[in-house]
Design a protein around this ligand. Sequence first.
Ligand code: BES
Ligand code: MN
Ligand code: MN
Length: 457
Amino acid sequence: MDNIISYLRGHREEYLNKVKDIVAIPSVSSDPERKDEIIRCAKHLKNDMADAGLENLELKETPGNPIVYGDWLHADGAPTILIYGHYDVQPEDPVDLWNTPPFEATKVDDRLYGRGVIDDKGQLYIHLAALKAWFESEGELPLNVKVIFEGEEEIGSKHLDDFLKENKDMLAADCVVVSDTGMFAKGVPSITYGLRGLAYFQLDVEGPDGDLHSGSFGGPVDNPANVLVRMLAKLKDENGRIAIPGFYEDVEELTEEERENFAQLPFDEEEFRKESVGAPGLAKDDEFTVLEQLWCRPTLDINGLYSGFTGEGAKTVIPAKAMAKVSMRLVPYQDPEKIGDLFEEYIREITPDTVNVKITRMHGGYYFLSDVNEPMFEAARESVQRAFNKETALIREGGSIPFVHSITNILNSPAILLGFGLPDENAHAPNEWMDLDNFYLGMESIAYLYDEIAKRT
Ligand code: BES
Ligand code: MN
Ligand code: MN
């Protein structure tokens, strides 16, 4: 391994520049006007994958954005891993809050700033660097590798499930490796064994044919904005309990063992409130700690609200329409489809006959939960320990990656979520950054991972 590690240490600058180059392509998947950038990014990535030593490169078309595929399958008798990541990124807005241009990755001390640096472009290049280092130092890999990088993760991976089902044989692998999660804290390399799922909806409340004078019509006309907030208020009680009947039916109880493990992690709730959140207080929960709430409990959040007059000054108007975006983070073993049905049923039930409510189901995705005794975890743990020289934490995360549940079910293979982000790196927000120590040690971890997995089979 020494040659591989020195190769990586000697080529840090080169890989940093490669990340800068791909960050310069604004592959924002939610913006239809940037479809060309998505394609440009996929092609650029394909070239860099070829440069890293992968073969059979292809842009696999889907009804949406292409999936970039490459492999190296010459380790006869050795196991095969499937590496996943996403090359699409979140929008850069609000752009005026960035201190450096979002698509011009900028190094400041030991940080790289730019949209997608950590979610997930930097993490893709951790894998490409590790592959390249193996090829350049050893001329081969100790195992077989298949790579898929998708372009629709940030918009719910809509076309991925069909692709996975249709290409089951092509993707077959003994283990799935994903670097799209984070570390518990700086200096605490982490393996993620659980993710939350997601169910996302838009509600459109429609009342009168058009906006009305609130003096001439106020009273007998039920105001869609009032109706909407009344309905939203019925979704969750003061204690944070979600009021949709049947919502908690499939929620798994936490085990004492897991609670004890969480309690041992270096986490301070007051510091979290002050430093990470910055709010005067946190939503009270008598039953669960903050980490338990973040990782193991479902949520219901209003993500956006819009109605009526929001400009300067006052306008006496009854708006014709009101809109809300509402999403729920789901946990094992909640099914997003079933939750969608329960949500719709409840919304119908609480809709007064003075308005029409349109419910649009937006994206969703399943939770992920892995058995921590899975033998591949040992390989991952050993790899990060070799690179970081630190104990590894086993954690869950509150975010979602729909791919993970899908692929593990389709292939019936375990997944290792080995990511190198930090909780305060501003993913999805202005001034997203990547810690360069983690970037470089991440490369070494992944290089060791190939060795550790190969050793065990
Ligand atoms: N990389 C994140 C998922 C993530 C977030 C993992 C936080 C661990 C901690 C991913 O790119 C993401 O943002 N996922 C979306 C999924 C959604 C669009 C279906 C999310 O969690 O909102
Ligand atoms: Mn991501
Ligand atoms: Mn993301």
